[in-house]
Ligand binder design. Structure first.
Ligand code: FAD
Length: 472
């Protein structure tokens, strides 16, 4: 290569595999649910996951807490997500403070779990469903023709492989496959929008959860969390303890007898679609994690012997690329608690768009949004329509999870893992319907889809159904 050369044309033959009905890119919450639900409907499914485990942010990212699963009165999650919760309950995969009541009736409670248990349960689900699971495998190219994706190129230790398929689901969080396929996307960066910063989460041991400050159930833990935010963080900032004076972080999740995960330390202005920025962010995130461990040891009860065991191997990216979908769910829909004929899930979680810098103005903006009147109350929910999972005009590609089509505020709510699992079930089921009927993703009979999801346990309270999806 000469010094003036800016591109290199790669032309080579690579092995091609036998065709699949469905290729799912990404084995996080959305992709795992999609692959399992499609395979259970009889599809031959390949699930390509870049890391060595399923669960995405919930496992690799050490984000060991499901966003709310109830509206304070009813369980809002059904189908695959409910089955997962029940299995986790039976296998003691939740943190010790989680009770049945906590799951069913605590409005806007986050549900902490043990990541290693989740990994193993998802492995079992995928293997039992007969999914062809490929770890350490990335989708790196899309083969397009006649308005469809015909196949993808996978990259792993064996080299490059071409895999043809009839349908595709992008559950990469970053809309990686959609972008490769030329789907119009919104790239969400600080200079174009209010965008939640990233966080490198960590795993801690040596917590004394028996310290009287924590009481006997989750209420005591909540009280300490509130004091961390309102008392000890401001005090530490006042005393010049931190490298960056960040007033907000979600804090510690108890996940075991003396263990915890920590969601603390914002990496501001990180561009999740730049490998240089991600690399710099990992280096900075590891420094911050050490500092937060030291903060807890110094200021917080029960933490004197706390040890930082490890940081996550992947950056905790809250937002990066979202598709331009057949419909964009927006804050007006959210405020109106809008229900849709084609909704594939309902949800209730605050609009959680983290402060974009360390300023008081951003902290105040976050607090106002998070606790403000926009948010849904007890017994409320907003619908998640099918059409936010369909790239505009798409024939055989769906997305699920973080890269769906919503505005920034709504994204701050429905990017949660529990919602991602439900979106995954919906698109896995949609792919099966599409293959069975020949209906393209953008013209699927959504009344049939909703009835199938209900039959498979989804909680979908809308009264009227429509065979056509909601569009703008
Ligand atoms: C710091 C932080 C804290 C959070 N806190 C909470 C919380 O408390 N509760 C909650 O419910 N949610 C929380 N969230 C949000 C939630 O974790 C994510 O939005 C959710 O996991 C999204 O699910 P997903 O399946 O879309 O993506 P992910 O969980 O990101 O999974 C995507 C998967 O795709 C894989 N992948 C990516 N690219 C490729 C490729 N090209 N080929 C193959 N595989 C690929 C990745 O390795 C990953 O496993 C938090 C997020 C962050 C970052």
């Amino acid at each position: 290569m000469t010094s003036t050369q800016t591109t290199y044309q790669l032309t080579r033959s690579i092995p091609a595999e036998a065709p699949y009905d469905l290729v799912v890119a990404g084995g996080g919450p959305a992709g795992t649910a999609a692959a399992v639900c499609a395979a259970r409907r009889g599809l031959k499914v390949l699930l390509a996951e870049a890391t060595g485990c399923l669960g995405g942010m919930g496992t690799s990212g050490l984000v060991s807490s499901f966003g709310p699963v109830s509206d304070g009165e009813r369980m809002l999650v059904g189908g695959f997500m409910k089955e997962l919760l029940q299995t986790m309950w039976e296998r003691e995969a939740f943190a010790p403070q989680v009770t049945q009541d906590f799951l069913h009736r605590q409005l806007n409670r986050w549900v902490p779990f043990k990541p290693e248990h989740l990994k193993r349960i998802l492995d079992e689900f995928v293997v039992q469903a007969g999914v062809d699971l490929r770890f350490f495998t990335r989708v790196v190219e899309a083969d397009l023709g006649q308005g469809r994706i015909n196949g993808v190129v996978l990259s792993n230790v064996e080299g490059l492989r071409y895999v043809p398929a009839r349908t595709f689901i992008d559950a990469t969080g970053d809309a990686a496959l959609a972008a490769l396929a030329g789907v119009p996307c919104k790239v969400v960066l600080r200079d174009t929008d209010t965008v939640s910063p990233s966080t490198l989460c960590s795993l801690l041991a040596g917590m004394d959860w028996q310290d009287p400050a924590y009481g006997s159930d989750w209420r005591g833990i909540d009280e300490v969390k509130a004091k961390v935010k309102n008392q000890w963080v401001p005090q530490a900032i006042e005393e010049g303890f931190f490298t960056q004076d960040d007033r907000f972080f979600p804090g510690m999740n108890r996940i075991g007898d003396n263990g915890a995960t920590l969601n603390a330390g914002h990496v501001f202005n990180l561009n999740p679609l730049s490998v240089r920025s991600l690399s710099d962010g990992m280096v900075f995130g590891r420094k911050l994690a050490l500092e937060y461990a030291e903060f807890y040891r110094k200021y917080v009860p029960g933490c004197a012997d706390l040890e930082l065991l490890t940081t996550a191997p992947v950056m905790g990216v809250r937002d990066s690329r979202r598709i331009v979908g057949e419909f964009e769910l927006n804050i007006e829909d959210f405020r109106a608690k809008r229900q849709f004929p084609d909704q594939i899930a309902v949800y209730n979680r605050p609009t959680d768009v983290h402060p974009t810098d360390t300023s008081k103005a951003e902290f105040d903006r976050f607090m106002k949004d998070f606790h403000g009147k926009d948010n849904l109350g007890r017994g409320d929910c907003v619908g998640i329509p099918y059409s936010i999972l369909v790239p505009r005009g798409s024939h055989n590609l769906w997305v699920a999870g973080r890269c769906h089509s919503s505005d920034t505020k709504v994204h701050g709510s429905i990017r949660a893992q529990s919602a991602a699992y439900m979106m995954g079930q919906a698109v896995g089921t949609a792919a099966a319907q599409s293959i069975a009927t020949g209906q393209p993703a953008c013209d699927l009979d959504t009344a049939v889809l909703v009835q199938q999801l209900r039959a498979d346990g989804a909680y979908l309270p809308q009264e009227g159904l429509s065979s056509r999806m909601t569009r703008a």
